[in-house]
Design a protein around this ligand. Structure first.
Ligand code: ARG
Length: 466
């Protein structure tokens, strides 16, 4: 039987494969990451074959024993992957043959690598998604802890990176909690579509042997078997959907890192990061650089690139399996690892983040944070908002020229712009009262922020399962 030694399709071929092409087309150098899932799926498939009467009890036991030995070798790092066997599937099949002889080839009855690769890939991602959820939850816990630690501290809130309105630091950081919370929900929802079992689809037309696909799916921890065998081997939507979620996570982390980097600069000096997450300069002895945050910001680009890479790979591909699809794994593996690492580092950094209260307070009188308050005050005095806005704008312009803050203008000065302004304006124009007026669900009011923090703690302990 020419060719069976290395290539499973050798029978049809009269020539050995070109060596350069062999090297070019191998995937085991990266898909070896799927090895433990290949074993898991093969064990379940062997059992299904036995139950269908395709292999005998004795043959099944031999296959099982061989696969378990290979699993041990994989765990201990003894297993040697060989490029001439092309991919993880063939490497394991060959190893099984070396251990138990011809019976090994029975495992491939009715089975195709087209379904194997997509089954392994899904199983691999089921585990990775679990790990990502653990890290996401960890980050959410860290955020809540910081929001509690610095509860009550007011900082300038920004739009366009300009001073806008006062806001509780806890409210600002809880915005990131909200983002991570939605990502967690996205992953949970995604799992429903990820956990479907392609095995039993064969090359694309469905298995010709009567295996019990429901049982097989259950054994592997899937929710149900796929309903269409052509779809089963063609689909990479599950890879893309995950990459999209990971890209969203990384976009949010990169925005947060940008703030951390900015806030650590002497111009802001709102925060400090522990030395252990920073590096120095080989030339300038005074430097302490927020490299951890910069790297997360930078790595966001590689995750987004992975998404567009697979997006482009799949666009226009005809059904069912095409070899192009082998190229999906490196970007997915890379994106999953990078996002996991970034979530973890983010948790560690945020846990060690120190807020510099005195410096933040120094920024509060700058940038007319209370201008909106004054406009709202005029509204309460009966002036339509657009007009109130205009009057306040004129007052700000005047105050700026005088080098004063709004609350430092005299009543006489105020009256030049509106006779509705009374002595009570000074009580109105305080940072604290600006926060207090925002006791609206989702706003920065002291009480409501506390309520949201409490709701988050409850959710973390009671309903976010990983
Ligand atoms: N290494 C292949 C991949 O990752 C496995 C499937 C190969 N199937 C085939 N008919 N050549 O996609």
């Amino acid at each position: 039987m020419k060719g069976i030694d290395t290539k499973p399709w050798g029978g049809r071929f009269q020539e050995e494969v070109d060596k350069f092409f062999e090297e070019f087309s191998e995937s085991v150098s990266f898909d070896h990451e799927l090895a433990q899932y290949e074993i898991k799926a093969s064990l379940a498939y062997a059992e299904a074959l036995k139950e269908a009467g395709v292999v005998s009890e004795g043959e099944f036991l031999a296959i099982q024993k061989g696969l378990l030995e290979i699993e041990e070798e994989l765990k201990s790092g003894k297993f040697v992957f060989r490029k001439e066997y092309e991919d993880v599937h063939m490497n394991i099949e060959k190893a099984l043959f070396e251990k138990i002889g011809e019976v090994a080839y029975k495992l491939h009855t009715g089975r195709s690598r087209n379904e194997q690769v997509v089954t392994d890939f899904r199983l691999y991602l089921v585990d990775r998604v679990k790990e990502l959820k653990v890290e996401l939850k960890g980050l959410m816990e860290t955020i809540v802890a910081k929001a509690e630690e610095y509860y009550g501290i007011v900082m300038p809130g920004f739009t366009h990176l300009q001073h806008a309105q006062p806001v509780l630091f806890s409210h600002w950081i809880m915005a990131y909690y909200e983002m991570m919370r939605l990502h967690f929900q996205r992953l949970e929802d995604y799992e429903k579509r990820l956990k479907i079992c392609p095995l039993g689809s064969s090359a694309f037309a469905g298995c010709a042997f009567r295996i019990d696909r429901k049982k097989l799916s259950q054994r592997l921890g899937f929710l149900e078997p796929t309903r269409n065998s052509v779809f089963a081997v063609s689909s990479r939507d599950f890879a893309l959907e995950l990459l999209f979620i990971l890209s969203l996570i990384m976009v949010d982390l990169s925005r947060w890192c940008e703030e951390i980097i900015l806030w650590m600069s002497p111009e802001f000096s709102f925060i400090d990061l522990p030395d252990r997450f920073c590096t120095g300069s080989s030339l300038m002895p005074q430097k302490k650089n927020p490299d951890g945050a910069e790297l997360i910001r930078g790595k966001a680009s590689s995750v987004e690139a992975a998404f567009t890479q697979v997006w482009g790979l799949m666009k226009g591909l005809p059904l069912s399996y095409n070899r192009d699809m082998q190229e999906d794994k490196p970007p997915v593996f890379r994106a999953v690892k990078t996002t996991w690492q970034c979530l973890r580092l983010m948790s560690l950094m945020v846990a060690g983040l120190v807020l510099k209260k005195e410096n933040i307070e120094k920024h509060l009188p700058q940038g007319y944070l209370l201008a909106t308050e004054l406009a709202d005050y005029l509204v309460y005095k009966g002036i339509p908002f657009r007009k109130a806005h205009h009057i306040t704008g004129q007052i700000v312009y005047y105050a700026e020229k005088e080098g004063k803050n709004l609350e430092n203008l005299t009543l006489h000065e105020f009256k030049q712009f509106s006779d509705k302004i009374e002595e009570d304006v000074y009580e109105w124009l305080t940072i604290e009262n600006a926060i207090k007026r925002r006791e609206i669900w989702g706003g920065t009011g002291f009480n409501v922020v506390k309520q949201v923090i409490e709701a988050a703690k409850k959710e973390l302990s009671e309903s976010l399962h990983v």
